[in-house]
Design a binder for this molecule. Structure first.
Ligand code: NAD
Ligand code: ZN
Length: 247
């Protein structure tokens, strides 16, 4: 077993308030492309344009071109061994909560109970006018007919945080509470470039937390604050850490 796996297991065992921050990379092995994956959704739709609130407000039909594909990709995906490993760490009593930047619902599907959705969840749609809320699966998106509010007929918006929007207040408050006391953070599959989510590990490190990072390549975090870097696909490496903790 890799030395870093054993080091991570030791750090997790020692921790009293362990949390995790996850990004798009943890869901790549479930078939959902991250912002870097070649040939994926984001090569066709520049997120800076299609995932901005300005585009949604001014050209909702353009934003929905991208949303249709995003909802389809996420609806078909299943939790992978990395999501399940985090759920197991929680069940074993090590992990307090997962803070995710993902909108794909896969942590919940993988069995995690405490999940803070920093950027919302694509499985719900809300009317911006009358605030009615719907499950995305109530609409047949394969028809490519843009879902409209059943009460006021306004085009619906997925409950995800678009670029230019605020992070949900509840998520921010919950994160602040957790981050205040955390002594170790497992960071998985994030380039840590999208703020304010990226500030979570930096602030934890300032308070003395150990940063354990899982990624297929080095990031800005690795160079600046990571204590233990575990290189490789998280679907392989995270279950190895769980195994190490059992011995
Ligand atoms: P990112 O695309 O900027 O970075 C992904 C990171 O994951 C990269 O550092 C990459 O090296 C790493 N990675 C790729 N495959 C991996 C694997 N198998 N194991 C471990 N690491 C792997 O993602 P981000 O930092 O989360 O920022 C993107 C933003 O876009 C987020 O805000 C997120 O909300 C959104 N997004 C979400 C999804 C989703 O819900 N699944 C998908 C794409 C984008
Ligand atoms: Zn409405």
């Amino acid at each position: 077993m890799q030395d870093t796996i054993l080091l991570a297991a030791e750090a997790i065992k020692k921790s009293k308030n362990l949390i995790s921050l996850t990004g798009a990379g943890i869901s790549v092995e479930s078939g959902i492309p991250d912002f870097r994956s070649a040939g994926g959704l984001w090569e066709k739709y520049d997120p800076a344009i299609y995932a901005s609130i300005e585009t949604f407000e001014n050209h909702p039909e353009k934003a929905w071109d991208m949303i249709f594909e995003m909802v389809e990709v996420t609806a078909d995906a299943d939790a992978n061994p990395a999501h399940k490993a985090l759920a197991e760490l929680e069940a074993m009593g090590y992990l307090k909560a997962v803070i995710t930047q993902n909108i794909d619902n896969l942590h919940q599907e993988g069995g995690s109970k405490e999940v803070i959705e920093y950027h919302g969840n694509a499985s719900r749609l809300t009317c911006q006018k009358c605030k009615s809320s719907y499950a995305a699966e109530d609409f047949d998106i394969s028809t490519r007919e843009i879902p409209r509010c059943k009460k006021c007929s306004r085009i619906l918006k997925p409950d995800v945080v678009f670029f230019g929007e605020m992070i949900p207040r509840d998520a921010l408050l919950q994160c602040d509470n957790l981050a205040q006391f955390t002594d170790a953070v497992i960071v998985v599959g994030t380039s840590a470039l999208v703020y304010p989510a990226a500030s979570i590990p930096y602030e934890a490190k300032e308070r003395g937390a150990t940063i354990i990072e899982f990624n297929i390549e080095k990031t800005g975090l690795t160079r600046q604050i990571t204590d233990i870097f575990i290189e490789g696909p998280a679907g392989t490496t995270l279950p190895q850490v769980v195994e190490a903790l059992k011995h």
